[in-house]
Design a protein around this ligand. Structure first.
Ligand SMILES: [Ca+2]
Ligand SMILES: [Ca+2]
Length: 289
């Protein structure tokens, strides 16, 4: 009887070792959902389900949607949007920044209401990108600018549609193409830049804008897990994990990932959800140990 358990243990260790080092086996652990209509952002809704913004054809109005992941399918939930980008939830609504210059508020029945439109902003709108919402329901939107180094801005929008300019490229020259936004407590926010690949911390009270890290290529999305680790996506198809915003970025290799857009953590807290814009697919990547 003594020998058999020893043999079983040995076999289990071998299997464990194989799983841990074989790239093929690791790739199989990453779940992929294909046939998504140009996904940009992914978020967990007020009901705990996974929602994704689908741009459809870029620069085409009316064909964008927010869809919901149900089992192995991605089904339309709210339609008639333009080029929906950043997606986030607050209380019982989803909020979407639309690249064509709108911010949409969507209830849990899929009814779409326009919170604000481009004409209401104090500056010319160029490319609305990410969205982030603080605990009071203030909606922050990044405008990534005209892709030629001008027009970058971050705005704050209240739940009744009042708009405040938080920071512009005229106030901080390092704000070139702000994309991913992530709150850090009440008064500071992380800002990831698409053109420079730099990560900054913005003090929302003093407007101090400080570089923390860099080298993130076409920086797109930011996410934080329950352990406080930071995840950064590069639209050129790379993912990184950092223990702190100032820490050393560790790459996460995902086979077949083409362009990683705006990421989030899954409802079970165990996966990084990655919309792949050019690959038209969603990746469920297990978090590192
Ligand atoms: Ca579209
Ligand atoms: Ca984005």
């Amino acid at each position: 009887m003594a020998k058999k358990p020893l043999f079983v243990l040995h076999a289990m260790l071998l299997i464990g070792w194989t799983v841990a080092v074989s790239p093929g086996t690791l790739a199989a652990q990453v779940k992929v959902m294909k046939g998504v209509r140009v996904p940009e952002s992914i978020a967990v809704g007020p009901d705990g389900r996974i929602y994704v913004s689908e741009v459809g054809e870029y620069e085409k109005y009316g064909d964008g949607a927010i869809s919901v992941v149900e089992g192995d399918e991605v089904r339309p939930f709210a339609t008639g949007l333009n080029d929906p980008h950043g997606l986030d939830a607050w209380r019982d609504h989803l909020f979407v920044s639309d690249n064509r210059g709108q911010v949409w508020r969507i209830d849990m029945k899929g009814n779409v209401e326009r919170l604000v439109d481009s004409t209401q902003f104090p500056r010319k709108i160029t490319n609305f990108n990410d969205i982030e919402i603080d605990e009071d329901g203030n909606v922050y939107v990044s405008d990534s600018g005209d892709w030629e180094g001008r027009g970058g801005a971050i705005y704050r929008i209240t739940q009744d549609g009042k708009i405040t300019t938080v920071l512009t490229d005229e106030e901080a020259w390092q704000l070139v193409s702000p994309n991913g936004l992530l709150m850090e407590g009440r008064d500071t926010m992380l800002v990831l830049d698409y053109t420079t690949g730099n990560l900054h911390r913005l003090d929302l009270k003093t407007k101090v804008f400080k570089k923390l890290n860099g080298g993130f290529g076409a920086g797109d999305g930011l996410a934080r897990d329950a352990r406080g680790r930071l995840y950064v996506s590069d639209f050129k198809g790379k993912l990184y994990v950092l223990d702190t915003p100032e820490g050393k970025p560790q790459p996460i290799e995902v086979k077949g990932l083409v362009s990683a857009a705006d990421i989030t953590i899954s409802p079970d807290g165990r996966h990084l959800l990655v919309p792949d814009w050019e690959g038209k697919q969603l990746f469920f990547v297990p978090l590192p140990e």
